[in-house]
Ligand binder design. Sequence first.
Ligand code: IVH
Length: 669
Amino acid sequence: MNQTEARKRIEKLRREIEEHNRNYYVFNDPVISDFEYDLLINELETLEKQYPEFYSEESPTRHVGSDLTREFRQFEHKYPMLSLGNTYSIEEIRDFDSRVRKSVMGEISYVCELKFDGASISISYSGGSMEKALTRGDGTRGDDVTENITTIKSIPGRIGSDAVPASFIARGEILMPRSVFKELNEEREKEGLNLFANPRNAASGTLKILDPSLVAARKLDCLFYSLLGDDLPADNHYDNLKKLQEWGFPVSDSYRLCRNLDEIIGFIQFWETRRNDLPFDTDGVVIKVNSLDQQLQLGFTAKSPRWAIAYKYKPERALTKLLFVSYQVGRTGTVTPVANLEPVQLAGTTVKRASLHNADQISLLDLHEGDMVYVEKGGEIIPKIVGVDKASRSDTSMAISFIEECPECGTPLVRNEGEANHYCPNILHCPPQIKGRISHFISRRAMNIEGLGEETTDLLYTRGLIRNAADLYDLKAGELASLEGLGEKSASNIIRSIEDSRNVPYYRVLFALGIRHVGETVAKKISVRFRSIDKLISAGISEITEVEEIGPKIALSIKSYLNNPENIELINRLRSAGVQLESEAEEAATGNVLRGKNIVISGVFTKHTRDEYKEIIGKYGGRNVSSVSSSTSFILAGENMGPSKRAKAIELGIEIKNEEEFLKIIGEI
Ligand code: IVH
């Protein structure tokens, strides 16, 4: 590499790493694994050492990735919150030990701890009470998330013991237990929300929610790993950790005093597999010089302490045999290839299947029948195939080629230009698509029919009791009660909920039909212009495109849906069942529950957009106002509510209602 090439590469790496920092710390949505990120940082560090002429104070190797947002007040850290140098090699731990031994005098001991994978927090205490909780931020300043932190039950708000220093700082990692993460994602999946990739992202995303009651519901936890202050109880880290425990702070019992490299390596090996059985994710081990005096002598680099290092476990990888590739047809017709594998142990679980994403991924891996493949679990839930052991491939094995027909209904698959996925075009008669449409019809934001989960819907379909949404209205309690897992009580609850769905307003019925490209917002816009399904049926494409933000793609999709006689029959049966197919009735029933109310909207919402809320407020007789004043009736607050609005509301004693409370007022839930 010549100098120009090195400069270009350094610049590119810096840009890329900054982008990854934002994805990780601000959006909580990383696009590469920690391992891949560490490789980029490593490459940049090496190049910067080789080419000191391109030194820059701004380089991501010189500062920690920032999690600062504009939504919270920011405060300076009394002690900077740095990062840790890390390595994946025992050799480098040996080098670390030698460096330490060369730099300081006397006996050296280390404290080895698990490196918990969450979001770091720094909490100051004064007079034994919690004062302020700050995120790492940019290392110098952090976001003030005290209100959210007080919802975490395991973090002491007041210390019982009298023996605590007048002021001190406890630092730790905010974590989401794996079990809570699993439940949260299952819930989000049901509600059609984006899933969190791993517990760390869920924990740090949750810390930045602006409504503490929502944070409380997410059941976060915390483990502390450091005590700071001018007047500490002990002169070494180990005893200070003990004190933190005595004062009631949750500290993992796993920390150990190690006197030499062998004991450190022993600790690393001990946790290598056992860590999979812990309730929280860990990504390595932190090794810290125990004596605070020696820590002081060793000091810091720009980004991390010289007295500590993180040993990170490589993402676990296993080699196993590809048995066959199967294909799943999703509820919208998308066909996903799945690798079925000879069962193999990986990070504490048995892996039998791995996602292959799409046809391009299969070609990229150059996957052949019977290949030995490497599977990895990089903090994500679904394992992926990261490579193929080509040396062990037999000469006669055939390349895997993507199927041409739908495995569920035999229809030739379609792949549109520029799209990565294949899909089955047999929308009306392909079983998973039928079931998908029924599930969508039932879902909370559509007809909100309770008690009919995916399994029951599947069972009703398999038994031939439902073939489309209209069949739901012909179901009898007796038929439901006879299904496995359902008793008479749940059967009658389902029937009642189906009956109640007859009152669901027209715009939601329009959304519930599952017309391609007709989401909640589009359904609402259409229902305002065409106040009944009959008016929509007789409208032409050009009339439909006159509706604000409705283009030809949506209009065509609506027309093609309504031109299909089977869909018209479905609509007529829904009409006979008493489902709302016009909005006049809805308007009469609306009432004016918000009459005379001045409402400020702030934050980001999950059930409707801000514009929709503005419309809803008007529809129910209220007025949307932009700034908080004494005449504001209440604030409708979503996630990330503006801090100045919150402060003003508290000052003026104005009530803050969350999305759920608001939807209850207007009777939507
Ligand atoms: S000590 C100067 N100990 O890892 C930094 N950090 O990559 C001292 N972490 O920001 C940090 N477990 O959020 C320390 N036992 C542990 C830890 C730990 C997790 C996190 C922490 C820190 C990051 C550094």
